[in-house]
Design a protein around this ligand. Structure first.
Ligand code: G3H
Ligand code: ZN
Length: 287
């Protein structure tokens, strides 16, 4: 069932685990993520960046595909369809397209403007029963054209955004999109702790979930992180499995070039990666 992310995240905060957001790129990706969630009996958030939305033809196509897939695959676990790092305009497009959750990434605006735009979106989302994620500070690196400097969030600004009534808050705590560089300093638990002290039980979001060591993930969950975003790791698993298939020459044997055969190892690899992450985040069996 397509639902807002509010209830699943509140339960995660209470239960001291996190729900994974897995970004989708096409039909196979979506199917794999949904099948993994159903097998793991875990709630799931499907993330769609604006770039991925365009790649899949548009947000309406994505929304229709996800809703039909939930029905035809008999998915019983809660599924939220979430805009990832949305622009102000993108948020409205996704609301219209039937997304159940959106992220407004106003982190590159001066804080006053981030507050004003987020305030307006809180009102719209509340009227429609849609969950809303906001961002303060920034996530380092680049994801689908969204570039961040990686500065840690100011906990007081986090409190100002939290008080607007957002469903969840992404605070930059030294996390980075994509692969982490060898000289990465690690997550700033000091910042996370200070943000949690001021925002209480508000579900906190950890972006850049690929490659963060397991012990840091667990510590972040213990400090209020209830949603963890994973994108690159599924891409790496997909690419590796597909490369193996091609390097073994399997695309040349029989009808190995049939896209249904060619894409299957990658799609299966995504299922495994998603299930491993759900295990690590503690959401298995929580649906
Ligand atoms: O918004 C999506 C994520 O923050 C994913 O980050 O590609 O490093 O896993 P990642
Ligand atoms: Zn992100």
């Amino acid at each position: 069932m397509l639902v807002s992310a509010k209830e699943m995240l509140e339960k995660a905060v209470e239960g001291h685990y996190a729900v994974g957001q897995f970004n989708i790129n096409n039909l196979e990706w979506t199917r794999s993520a949904l099948l993994a969630a159903e097998e793991a009996k875990s709630p799931i958030i499907l993330g769609v960046s604006e770039g991925a939305g365009k790649w899949m033809t548009g947000f309406k196509t994505v929304s229709a595909m996800v809703q039909a897939m939930i029905e035809e695959l008999n998915i019983t676990v809660p599924v939220a369809l979430h805009l990832d790092h949305g622009t102000y305009e993108g948020c409205y497009k996704c609301i219209e397209a039937g997304f159940s959750s959106i992220m407004f990434d106003g982190s590159h605006y001066p804080i006053e403007e981030n507050i004003e735009k987020t305030r307006e979106l809180v009102k719209v989302c509340n009227e429609k029963g849609i969950s809303l994620e906001a961002e303060v500070g920034s996530i380092g690196g680049e994801e689908d054209g969204v570039v961040g400097m990686g500065e840690c969030a100011d906990p007081k600004e986090c409190k100002m955004i939290a008080d607007l009534g957002v469903t969840m808050l992404a605070a930059g705590i030294g996390n980075i999109h994509g692969k982490y560089p060898a000289n990465w300093q690690g997550l700033s638990f000091e910042t996370l702790d200070a943000v949690q002290q001021l925002t209480g039980k508000l579900p906190l979001v950890l972006h850049g979930g690929t490659g963060i060591p397991d012990d840091m993930i667990k510590k972040a969950i213990s400090l209020g992180v209830a949603k963890i975003n994973v994108n690159t790791e599924c891409q790496l698993s997909f690419a590796e499995a597909t490369r193996k298939y091609i390097e073994a020459g399997k695309d040349l044997e029989g009808k190995g070039y049939d896209p249904r055969k060619l894409l299957k190892p990658g799609a299966d690899a995504i299922i495994e990666t998603v299930k491993e992450k759900m295990e690590l985040f503690g959401s298995v069996g929580k649906a």
